[in-house]
Write a protein that binds this ligand. Structure first.
Ligand SMILES: NC(=O)c1ccc[n+]([C@@H]2O[C@H](COP(=O)([O-])OP(=O)(O)OC[C@H]3O[C@@H](n4cnc5c(N)ncnc54)[C@H](O)[C@@H]3O)[C@@H](O)[C@H]2O)c1
Length: 482
């Protein structure tokens, strides 16, 4: 039987949580009012990184005062788990009570970790209510939504931070350092290939991400990270985009060619689960079971939908060309059915080339997560007509190549001023999401898209200083030219 709703979550859960909180207050474990106040909207997988930080390492400076989710089961579970840490006693609210949550619990910051297409709505409402916002990537999924956010920031004078954690992974910061040093001169072209394997890559086709209306497709949901990296690495703004995209692997036809009778609804009830090596056992992972399977009754969302379904409308094969406002060209590709997972990128400059590669998962099945060690990360500088130089990569610890930890310290802790300017605001969020939006448009029309035609009033973000593109360039060493 469902519990009776009370502030969006079950009353029994609230009473239990209040008991634990009362104990913490009595023992003086937190001092009311001395910490920064946060509310979190969308308490699925990703939210835990933020709530764990606030109830763990940063519990003395941060308080989770409220959480909100449209799924009553996930909401109740998150209230319980956070309260059990003894660090915070959040109040739980359903999606319809978001504005009331802000009025009643007065957070200074709202952290947005809902599905991508709903970010803009919560960002704008939080800004209007006088809060600053920390939002997960992609900041948003369409040009219209990006415009709403840009306008709301101007209107309210509040701040938005987009958590581009990829920037913080130490080897990527090393690349930024090398580019800033001018060692390869001005970057004229970039060649960037990102591979998703048939384990992690396939997962996008099982979840809400497989619906473009919710995620913007991989061009927005996933590539926003990659376009942001290039925008930040180059310290330049994307100007013009041309792209091709299609879905060729995750299709009913591929299922049949692999010997299945065709697509089914989901893995849990699949009549061909023994035959399909893309079968995903949602019940086998206790964390995912508790988050999704046990809470299906509240919203009907299946976390294990068939990857071969005909209604999937996102691409698995994408090629994009971007011209930047400083003249640089980017050649980018993303595929989602690869034999290994990771990326390689090359920057071609007036003085040389940087090659950088990270293998995240490898193996014949493409399944095993590779230990992040220096053997899986490489950085090489090749001067024009000179000897290549391998650079020892700095290997981070923890999720997303160690980037998450560094970023969380900057958000919740005391981090020194950052010469790489990794913190991103709504402008960086828009510049990267709009490359994906432009690519999506191009998939439909075949026409080149100018970012300036998508939104108005978008200015360059604050950037770390890059080498002067008008500075003299040394003549490369003389070699015998046949
Ligand atoms: N930076 C990264 O590396 C990274 C990694 C994973 C996810 N993310 C981002 O984090 C966000 C969340 O992803 P996730 O993997 O946690 O998804 P998820 O499906 O695990 O969780 C989303 C949660 O939001 C709730 N929700 C959805 N729509 C809502 C609405 N309109 N109102 C209130 N609640 C709503 C769902 O019920 C669910 O609990 C996404 O934007 C995703 O792109 C970022």
């Amino acid at each position: 039987m469902m519990e009776k709703s009370f502030g969006g979550i079950g009353r029994r859960t609230v009473l239990k949580a209040a008991g634990a909180a009362g104990l913490m207050a009595a023992t003086g474990a937190w001092a009311a009012g001395s910490r920064k106040r946060y509310a979190v909207v969308g308490v699925g997988s990703r939210a835990r990184m933020f709530t764990n930080a606030m109830t763990g390492k940063f519990r003395d400076t941060s308080e989770v005062v409220a959480i909100c989710d449209r799924n009553a089961g996930r909401l109740a579970r998150a209230v319980k788990l956070i309260t059990e840490t003894g660090a915070s006693q959040p109040r739980g609210y359903g999606a319809a009570d978001f504005d009331r949550m802000i009025r009643e619990t007065r957070p200074q910051f709202v952290i947005v970790t809902t599905t991508d297409a709903s970010h803009d709505d919560y960002i704008v409402r939080a800004l209007e209510a006088g809060c600053d916002v920390i939002t997960e990537k992609p900041m948003t999924t369409t040009a219209e939504k990006a415009q709403r956010i840009l306008d709301a920031v101007k209107r309210t004078g509040r701040q938005v931070r987009v958590t581009f954690n990829y920037r913080y992974s130490p080897p990527r910061t090393q690349i930024k350092e090398l580019l800033m040093s001018g060692e390869i001169g001005d970057v004229i072209s970039v060649d960037f290939t990102w591979l998703l394997n048939t384990v992690h890559g396939a997962d996008y086709f099982r979840r809400w991400h497989s619906d473009k209306a919710m995620s913007g497709g991989l061009m927005v949901h996933k590539s926003t990270h990659h376009f942001d990296l290039v925008n930040w690495w180059l310290g330049a703004q994307p100007e013009t985009v041309h792209a091709f995209g299609s879905r060729q692997f995750y299709t009913p036809e591929t299922a049949r060619r692999m010997g299945l009778s065709g697509p089914h609804e989901r893995c849990l009830t699949c009549p061909e689960k023994q035959k399909c090596n893309f079968y995903f056992d949602l019940a086998a992972d206790p964390g995912l079971k508790a988050l999704f399977l046990d809470n299906e009754k509240y919203d009907g969302y299946y976390r294990d939908q068939c990857v071969w379904r005909p209604e999937i409308n996102i691409e698995d094969t994408m090629n994009v060309m971007v011209r930047y406002d400083n003249g640089a060209h980017l050649n980018y590709s993303l595929t989602a059915y690869d034999a290994w997972e990771g990326y390689h990128i090359a920057f071609n400059g007036t003085k040389g080339r940087i090659e950088h590669r990270i293998v995240e998962s490898g193996g014949a099945a493409g399944a095993a997560k590779v230990q992040s060690g220096s053997e899986n990360v490489s950085i090489r500088v090749i001067p024009l007509r000179g000897q290549p130089r391998d650079i020892e990569p700095i290997i981070g610890k923890g999720s997303h190549g160690g980037g998450d930890d560094v970023m969380l310290t900057e958000i919740f802790g005391d981090a020194p001023a950052d010469k790489y300017k990794r913190a991103s605001d709504e402008r960086a969020g828009a510049w990267s999401a709009l490359v994906g939006v432009a690519a999506n448009k191009c998939f439909e029309t075949g026409q080149t898209v100018r970012i300036a035609d998508l939104v108005t009033g978008l200015t360059p973000p604050d950037r770390a200083p890059m080498p002067d593109r008008r500075a003299p360039v040394p003549m490369p060493v003389r070699v015998k030219i046949p």
